[in-house]
Design a binder for this molecule. Structure first.
Ligand SMILES: *[C@@H]1O[C@H](CO)[C@@H](O)[C@H](O)[C@H]1NC(C)=O
Length: 339
C-alpha cells in the first residue's frame, strides 16, 4: 500500500487478506478453462510493474521474495505470494497474470489476463507524487484499453470482448490517498483543502468515475477492497500512537471511508442494473488479525516483520532492515484453507 506501511503490508497483509479471498471465491469454482484475471491498484497487488519504472517504490531487492517459490525478489511487496497470486490459484489459473509492463507478457500469455497495479498510486493523481514515475489509475485503465487492442489483434474483437466479460477483476486502491497524501505530512495540501469527511466524499466521487470507466471497458465482475484499519499498522503505531494503541485519526478515516465505499458500489450497481462490483470488507477481516493475531499464526500485530525503529515500523524494507525470525512460518497459513 504505502512504503511506510510497507513493513507490515509486504510481509503480512497478503495473508491477512487471505480470508477475504477465500470468502469471496467460495462461489467461484475452478473451471476447466480458467477465466482471465485483471488486477488494478497499488502495492498490495502490484506483482512487479514498478520494476520497469524509474520510481523509488520498488520491491526488487532482498528480503522481498525470500519465501517466493524462486526465493528471489519479483517486485511483489511481499515475502512470498501476494493477493493476486492467491486469487489466481483459487480460480484455477496455472499461472498468475504477469505485470503489464513485463516484456514476457505477449502471445498466449495475454489470454490469462494482466496485472496493471503499481505501488504508490492512489485514487487521486497527486497521491504518491513522492515516488515519481508510477502508473496512476487513469493510466492503468489506458493500459487496459491497449491490452484489449493487443488481444483483439490476436483472437479477434468478439472473442476479446467475451474474455473481458467473463474475467474476474480485482481493484485495491485508496489507502495511499490517506497515508501517502492527506496524512503524509502535517498540513498537507489536501488536508488544508478538505476536512476529512469532505476529503472522503471527494475520494469516493473520483473512485466512482474510475469504476464507471472500468465498467465501460467491458468487465462484469469486480472485487473492490476497502481500506484496512490503517491506524493499526506498525508504521502508524510508530509515528502516531500516543498510548500504544491504533492512531485514532487514521482509524477515523477508515471508519468514514469504508461505509461510503460500500454505499457507492451499491449505487453504481443499481445504476447499471447488475451486481458488477462486489465490496470486500477488508476492515473487518484485517481487524480480526489485529485483535487476535495468535489465532491466525502471528506472534503479534504490533511489530512489522521487515523494517527498523519503533514497532520495526519505520522506513523501507531493505537488506539491512530487521527481519522477523520466521517469516516463512506465515506460509503455513496460506496452505491451510483451500476450496
Ligand atoms: C488525472 O490525470 C489524467 C491525465 O492528466 C486526467 O485525464 C484525469 O482527469 C486526472 N484525474 C483527476 C481526478 O484529476
Amino acid at each position: 500500500m504505502s512504503l511506510s506501511m510497507a513493513t507490515l503490508s509486504h510481509f503480512n497483509i497478503s495473508w491477512m487478506i487471505l480470508g477475504l479471498v477465500l470468502v469471496l471465491l467460495g462461489a467461484v469454482a475452478p473451471q476447466a478453462e480458467a477465466r482471465a484475471f485483471f488486477v488494478f491498484g497499488d502495492s498490495l497487488v502490484d506483482s512487479g510493474n514498478n520494476n520497469y519504472l524509474a520510481t523509488t517504490a520498488r520491491a526488487d531487492a532482498p528480503p522481498y521474495g525470500i519465501d517466493y517459490p524462486t526465493h528471489r525478489p519479483t517486485g511483489r511487496f511481499s515475502n512470498g505470494l501476494n493477493i493476486p497470486d492467491i486469487i489466481s490459484a483459487q480460480i484455477g489459473q496455472p499461472q498468475p497474470p504477469l505485470p503489464y509492463l513485463s516484456p514476457e507478457l505477449n502471445g498466449q500469455k495475454l489470454l490469462v489476463g494482466a496485472n496493471f497495479a503499481s505501488a504508490g498510486i492512489g485514487i487521486l493523481n497527486d497521491t504518491g507524487i513522492q515516488f515519481l514515475n508510477i502508473i496512476r489509475m487513469f493510466r492503468q485503465l489506458d493500459y487496459f484499453e491497449e491490452y484489449q487492442r493487443r488481444v483483439s489483434a490476436l483472437i479477434g474483437v468478439q472473442k476479446t470482448r467475451q474474455l473481458v466479460n467473463q474475467a474476474l477483476v480485482l481493484i485495491t486502491v485508496g489507502g495511499n490517498d490517506f497515508v501517502n497524501n492527506y496524512y503524509l505530512v502535517p498540513y498537507s495540501a489536501r488536508s488544508r483543502q478538505f476536512q476529512l469527511p469532505d476529503y472522503v466524499k471527494y475520494l469516493i466521487s473520483e473512485y466512482r468515475k474510475l469504476l464507471m470507466r472500468l465498467y465501460k471497458l467491458g468487465v462484469c465482475r469486480v472485487l473492490v477492497t476497502g481500506t484496512g484499519p490503517m491506524g493499526c499498522v506498525p508504521a502508524e503505531l510508530a509515528m502516531r500512537s500516543t498510548n500504544g494503541g491504533c492512531s485514532a485519526e487514521l482509524q477515523r478515516a477508515a471508519a468514514l471511508y469504508n461505509p461510503k465505499l460500500v454505499q457507492m458500489l451499491r449505487e453504481v450497481n443499481r445504476k447499471i442494473g447488475k451486481n458488477v462490483f462486489i465490496g470486500a470488507n477488508t476492515q473487518q477481516m484485517h481487524m480480526d488479525f489485529i485483535s487476535n493475531p495468535q489465532a491466525y499464526g502471528f506472534t503479534t500485530s504490533k511489530v512489522a516483520c521487515c523494517g527498523q525503529g519503533p514497532n520495526n515500523g519505520l522506513g523501507l524494507c531493505t537488506v539491512t532492515s530487521n527481519l522477523c525470525r520466521n517469516p516463512q512460518a506465515i506460509r503455513v497459513l496460506g496452505s491451510v484453507p483451500s476450496i
